[in-house]
Design a protein around this ligand. Structure first.
Ligand code: ZN
Ligand code: ZN
Length: 122
């Protein structure tokens, strides 16, 4: 029972995050809750197996996790603190970049820069 509650704590923290998180990033947000890193890994693993979470790699920055039911969005990667943030909304007119005869079935957009916490220090 205790384990189930810790799993809930992990998943809720991920759900409330403003972007996809690595296991370690998620764990650092849970300091003070008594949830260990192994529990975080286990909860994430189970979430992926059960299909409620998916893994995201933002520009090769290691494995991050986010809820699968999140609406269509893109990511912002801070080059200073290496955090990834969700960006809701999308880019219009990407199809216009395609050469004749090409068909687009999906897209990935990553914006780079510095986040509001790092902008002044950069
Ligand atoms: Zn930053
Ligand atoms: Zn999009």
């Amino acid at each position: 029972m205790r384990r189930a509650r810790q799993q809930q704590t992990v998943l809720r923290a991920l759900d409330e995050a403003d972007g996809p998180l690595s296991a370690r990033e998620l764990w650092s947000r849970l300091s003070g809750t008594g949830v260990g890193l192994a529990t975080v890994y286990r909860a994430l693993q189970r979430g992926v197996e059960e299909g409620t979470l998916e893994t995201v790699e933002v520009l090769g920055g290691g494995l991050r996790y986010e809820p699968r039911d999140r609406e269509h969005h893109h990511h912002f990667l801070c080059s200073s603190c290496d955090r990834a943030f969700d960006l809701f909304g999308c880019v219009e007119g990407l199809e216009s970049l395609l050469p004749g005869g090409f068909r687009m079935t999906g897209h990935e957009v990553v914006l780079l820069g510095t986040c509001d916490g790092c902008g002044d220090a950069a």
